[in-house]
Design a protein around this ligand. Sequence first.
Ligand SMILES: Cc1cc2nc3c(=O)[nH]c(=O)nc-3n(C[C@H](O)[C@H](O)[C@H](O)COP(=O)(O)O)c2cc1C
Length: 315
Amino acid sequence: MNPKITVALAPMEGVVDPIIREVFSLIGGYDLMFTEFIRVTQNLNPDKVFYKFCPELKNGGKTFYGTPVTVQLLGSDHSAMVDNAAKALELGSHGIDINFGCPAKTVNRHDGGAALLKDPQRVGRLLEELLRQLPCSSGVSAKIRLGFEDTKLLPDLAQILKSLPLKHLTVHARTKLQGYKPPAHWIEIKNYFSGFSYPVFANGDIWSFEDWKKCFQVTECAHFALGRGAFANPALGQQIKLNNPRALSWNEFTESLLPLFYQKSHEYRDHHYALCRLKQWLKFLGRNYTEADVAFSKIKTLKSFAPPADFWNTL
Ligand SMILES: Cc1cc2nc3c(=O)[nH]c(=O)nc-3n(C[C@H](O)[C@H](O)[C@H](O)COP(=O)(O)O)c2cc1C
């Protein structure tokens, strides 16, 4: 058991939706989760937007199995960000996470996500404003990359973040320019984010228990955020927390996890959505389970689908 290790399921737009959060919360090993980012322009989003991204708000801000969920916001307009954060908290979000990592061109063109890393002072001012305006117990966290084009401004950024009373910080150990290209530069987390008074979550390229051990050694962090690695190996959170590399068996997927995931995705939207999500998950699982590759090839050409009850045994 690694009692002091915290594992978060990293936010992933189009991947970590409320259904995946519920299924991963059932699997266990994840202490906290995030919504996909909610775009904030100049207005307050209507309540239905918050409920769409985070139906857990109707359950005290927790998944069905009890994992706290934090709403993530993306934007740069101070007053709109404060209004939207206050609304999410009022509706029951467990804190507010601010996205300073999104590399998407449209987002960056509109002055959101990683674009703010070009000016660390702006990152600091936005967070200060949120900390000043929101109730002090609410908890503001941030998710960053190491910089926009390079790490020139990283010392300034780290200094500013260190001086703020954040709830926690997630560091995706790459610049915006590095995109998702391996490797993640974990050493920069150790170099710049050690000795913070609040938890720093190391993030990027933790695909396996072995990767985690290396990341742990390099960063000396006690907190880890898992994105694609968790999607490809859902037991990764448990493996890290229990210090035991036991994986889920393929039977556990076909007997319960995949049917549950499909049924919930269908209830959430429709068969088309559920089928797309199933293909997406199988593709990721194929990194660790050859059976998932076989299952993917069986369904990849289907456009619509209503699986009979015995379908899952055939995978
Ligand atoms: C498809 C996809 C969507 C993502 N969406 C978000 C998002 O909504 N908010 C965010 O802060 N990061 C987002 N990220 C970044 C991840 O949270 C994470 O920082 C990144 O994938 C590196 O971690 P990993 O190697 O464990 O996946 C996304 C990443 C991917 C691949």
